[in-house]
Design a binder for this molecule. Structure first.
Ligand SMILES: [Zn+2]
Length: 677
């Protein structure tokens, strides 16, 4: 593949970029210069979309009209809509809930006249959901943000610089020392420091270190030095206290000058110092959304979309005697507006560690997922995407999904391991997990959909208010084949997972093989990836069934007899499926499909082969008896192709395809199947 040779060449060539700038640009097929980056790699859209508009931005006690539009790309029975308002909002007119059937592509409109009785930040959220089962649903959540005053109101929240009110953490356990200032002090202009976290060769021991706060520390001194110990945690998605390895600054209580930098362990415990004790000026411990690993100096961080500073919460300022002292255990409460930045930071770390511990550390030299920055804020309505070659952007409610970070970081990782290149995927906007886009878009998005499933060890892809279980093969409304991103993600999942289901009886038992192919190749499509997997010596003979399970058929149709020769060995067709078959001399190919409601069914082939089709309503022998026969077709399609277009009652049907010349004819065909009622 020329593409790949050039891009790998380019990768090494960059070392000489300064002396070879002109030649560099001549040889670059896909490197993007930083100033021109515009390509946004989005998350797949959900099939139900909510939008909110507002008539005018109201002051206190002034009424306004909100308009909510709920659109589904499919007919969605029993959809529920819920509008959540701030506690001081008064509804003058309209309903905050609705339940009914959404017609395909026709907006359901709701309007609501409200007023706010008090000043402050206001968040209005509209949620629409159609639930199939515990792990499968369609839905969307959108929020509108306002700052309401008595003289002046605005869209969005005031910027973080003017707003310090959220930044003091809560104490779980008060430490030693004398509190001298318990007001928030941020933001300080904390820069990213060069300190980095050494990576242990194995994931650290999960046993929680039960350090006690005690006044009996053996390390006491009066030499003017201070070491601060403590613990940092935050409320996670599941409303329980969590932590991860994140950075802690110890700063002077009076001027925020950094005195020491350290990392917490995975349970939030840290020890920072020794450093010069500032005495009566006091110290604060500051917990920030950043980590730098010693490997490649990779930095993972979540920064405020406006200020570009990392998020920070602080303890009060406390005065200590010299020695090793405990400042206490602090946490970020569940109602704190910026607590979600810490969820995102933890998600980033999970992906980085997953790649390193499951693949990267076995490579020589060791390989990482690379640096990654998320730009977010509590009132962002900017969308969810990775800006190719740059940062990830996430909107206010995106952290409710535990897969969105893995998806966007997955794009960032592909860009990195492809040598700062990315396939020209022409993804439509929006693109959908279950609908065909094109084979390149489906590959880049399919990989990004799969990665968070592997990281979470859970086949459920989640949006803010909806989800898809990719272990399920049948999805209402999904299309089939390798132009569908969800089919590729599900195939990779079935290769990776240890569960057997239907055709999927294979598992790689490790992430390393999937990663090896991704890392070593710059494939543009899943088909190319599959060929590369074979070339790199990884199992394809059994693993191919994981693809078949997900409607992707890469079986070699050469001269092999590809489909069963009896109705007992029929190949299961799914709605809207198109697949390639081959008739050998004297060969018959059998297919079956299910009709759940009386429907018009269309079955036909295309191509130059003179095909002949027979439809049966039962399989009582081979061939089935004539009493099972529904209809047969010779040349009703284009050219010499058969075509069957029938209204059928619910049930299981069988299709036999053979050559018109049943003894000597042979050739390829493309079979298409669809049903609609
Ligand atoms: Zn994407």
């Amino acid at each position: 593949m020329t593409y790949q040779i050039l891009s790998k060449f380019n990768y090494y060539y960059k070392v000489f970029i300064l002396v070879n700038v002109i030649i560099y640009y001549l040889y670059v097929p896909c490197t993007i210069s930083d100033s021109n980056i515009k390509q946004a790699l989005e998350e797949p859209s959900t099939t139900i979309q909510v939008s909110i508009s507002i008539d005018k931005i109201p002051k206190v006690n002034e009424s306004t009209i909100l308009q909510f539009d709920i659109v589904s790309i499919y007919y969605a029975e029993d959809t529920k809509v819920q509008i959540d308002l701030p506690s001081d909002a008064v509804v003058i007119n309209g309903d905050i809930t609705w339940k009914g059937n959404l017609l395909a592509n026709q907006a359901h409109k709701m309007s609501l006249e409200i007023l706010f009785e008090t000043e402050g930040k206001k968040k209005i959220t509209c949620t629409a959901t159609k639930i199939f089962d515990e792990s499968n649903s369609w839905g969307d959540l959108k929020s509108l943000f306002l700052t309401v005053g008595s003289q002046f109101s605005q869209l969005g929240y005031p910027s973080m610089i003017q707003d310090k009110s959220e930044l003091l953490a809560e104490a779980e356990i008060i430490g030693e020392g004398e509190t001298i200032d318990s007001k928030e002090s941020y933001p300080a202009s904390i820069q990213n420091s060069p300190e980095s976290l050494e990576i242990t060769t194995e994931p650290s021991n999960p046993l929680i270190k039960q350090r006690k706060i005690s006044n009996e520390k053996p390390l006491r001194s009066d030499d003017g030095s201070l070491t601060i110990e403590g613990r940092w945690q935050f409320y996670g998605r599941n409303s329980s206290l969590e932590s991860e390895q994140m950075k802690v600054y110890i700063v002077r209580g009076d001027n925020n000058k950094i005195l020491s930098i350290c990392y917490t362990d995975e349970n939030g415990y840290y020890s920072c110092g020794p450093f010069g004790n500032p005495g009566s000026a006091g110290v604060r411990s500051v917990f920030v959304t950043s980590v730098t690993y010693s490997l490649n100096r990779d930095t993972l961080r979540v920064i405020n979309l406006d200020t570009k500073n990392v998020f920070a919460y602080t303890t009060p300022s406390v005065k200590f005697q010299d020695g090793t002292r405990n400042i206490g255990s602090y946490f970020i409460g569940k109602d704190k507006e910026n607590v979600r930045a810490y969820w995102l930071q933890k998600d980033l770390i999970k992906v980085w560690k997953f790649i390193y511990h499951n693949a990267g550390k076995y490579q020589n030299p060791k390989v990482s997922a690379g640096s990654c920055t998320i730009r977010w804020k509590a009132d962002s309505e900017d969308g969810n995407y990775y800006n190719l070659g740059g940062d990830i952007y996430l909107e206010a409610d995106a952290p409710l999904s535990n897969t969105v970070v893995g998806h966007e970081y997955g794009h960032r990782i592909m860009y990195g391991v492809y040598g700062n290149c990315f396939p020209n995927d022409n993804c439509p906007s929006p693109h959908y997990i279950g609908l065909a886009s094109n084979t390149t878009c489906a590959w880049t998005e399919g990989w990004a959909n799969f990665l968070p499933l592997a990281v979470n060890n859970d086949p459920v892809y989640r949006w803010e208010k909806s989800s898809r279980n990719l272990e399920t093969t049948y999805h209402e409304g999904w299309e089939n084949g390798d132009a569908v991103e969800g089919r590729i993600a599900a195939s990779l999942w079935d290769i990776y997972d240890q569960e057997n289901d239907n055709l999927d009886k294979y598992s790689d038992q490790t992430f390393r093989k999937i990663w090896d192919v991704l890392y070593s190749q710059n494939d543009n499509t899943f088909k190319e990836y599959w060929t590369a997997r074979k070339e790199r010596g990884h199992n394809v003979d059994d693993a191919i069934n994981c693809l078949l399970e997900n409607t992707i058929d890469y079986r070699d149709n050469g001269n092999d007899d590809d489909f069963g020769n009896t109705c007992y060995g029929s190949y299961q067709l799914l709605n809207n499926q198109a697949l390639t078959g081959n008739i050998d001399k004297g060969d018959s190919d059998y297919f079956k499909f299910n009709i759940y409601r009386s429907s018009y069914v269309d079955l036909h082939t295309t191509g130059t082969t003179d095909t002949y089709g027979i439809l049966f309503s039962c399989c009582d022998g081979s061939p089935p008896s004539t009493s099972c026969e529904v209809i047969r077709s010779d040349d009703e399609g284009t050219g010499r192709n058969f075509r069957i277009n029938e209204y059928l009652y619910s049930g299981t049907y069988y299709l036999k395809i053979r050559h018109y010349n049943r003894y000597t004819g042979s050739g390829k065909y493309i079979l298409k199947f669809s049903s609609s009622n």
